[in-house]
Write a protein that binds this ligand. Sequence first.
Ligand code: GLV
Ligand code: MN
Ligand code: MN
Length: 380
Amino acid sequence: MGRAPSGGFRRFAWTREDHDLSEWFDGEAAARGLDLVTDAAGNRWAWWGDPDADGPGVVTGSHLDSVPDGGAYDGPLGVVSAFAALDALRATGFVPARPLGVACFGDEEGARFGVACAGSRLLTGALAADRAAALRDADGTTMGEAVARAGHPPLRADPAALRRVGTFVELHVEQGRGLVDLGRPVAVGTAIHPHGRWRVDIAGRADHAGTTLLPDRDDPMLVLAQVVLTARAAAQRHGALATCGKVRVEPNGVNAIPSHVTAWLDARGADAGRVRAVVAEVAALAVRSGGAVTEESWTDRTPFDPALATRLSALLDDAPLLPTGAGHDAGVLATAGVPTAMLSVRNPTGVSHSPAEHAPDEDCAAGVDALVRVLRELAG
Ligand code: GLV
Ligand code: MN
Ligand code: MN
């Protein structure tokens, strides 16, 4: 669903594709006789057992939305593996001692409205409902309007839905080459590195590309070029990562000097101070050049429950313990106080957020097998 000409996928929140994906999820839940709940933040839960009657459950799952031209595995692997693990458990006659849930979080990538993990952040209250409703997509549609058009009531936090989650485990394709280098198919997550997004606004003066002399120009594209190169050099120097992957140019004409450029900086790294130092350098350059920098999101280092990670690593034949630079709903739930773990599945090239993202079938099967063992351990 949502296949793009590039071979990747465009599955953005509160669109037709998103609706079709939700229907697919609901169908898979119904086919297994699971109880489907859509929470007030727009996330979907398929329950085997009743967490309201029998206490908080063990939940596994991920998301189905994508970045622009994203791969097939980032998100869907965790949802599909959750259903497959549940089937495998049932096939052995396993009956859980605690309710078991499969989750599908909404709007994990933030591709349309700019805030990543919007569904889980709304759920926990980390993203305020009124701020979320006012977020705008590239066409000026607010999230509130898109949600209403999709026939969903205004999104809000849902403490009752969160209380049903006793433990959360997210399985995800690895977004790097840690497992390839170690020669192992599955890892257990230790932490998510600090990361954030910043918007850089640079105003200029629109004018004719063929008649305006160079000294007479006020061209915001030149400042953008400096911003991009400064981000790269600062990241290199500070041992962090910085990316300008999205740019909006107005009016975006070949033969016109732009009137305004907006760029987004994604900066991450193992050390929050170093990430902040990169952003400070970029911001200083942008402001010196007449631009403005606005922080759109910041997530500090997010550790997963260390005792749980150690226990699952031992359970999975001493699976490697790896941190990640990618954000996940699991991180949002961990921050909200839910005991949380992540499993990652080997990606032979490490490439992700790209049509080339991949995991071989046998490693996906190893991921399901690991998830089966984890669910049996936690819910048995
Ligand atoms: C989500 O995939 C992110 O890390 O941006
Ligand atoms: Mn992603
Ligand atoms: Mn993901």
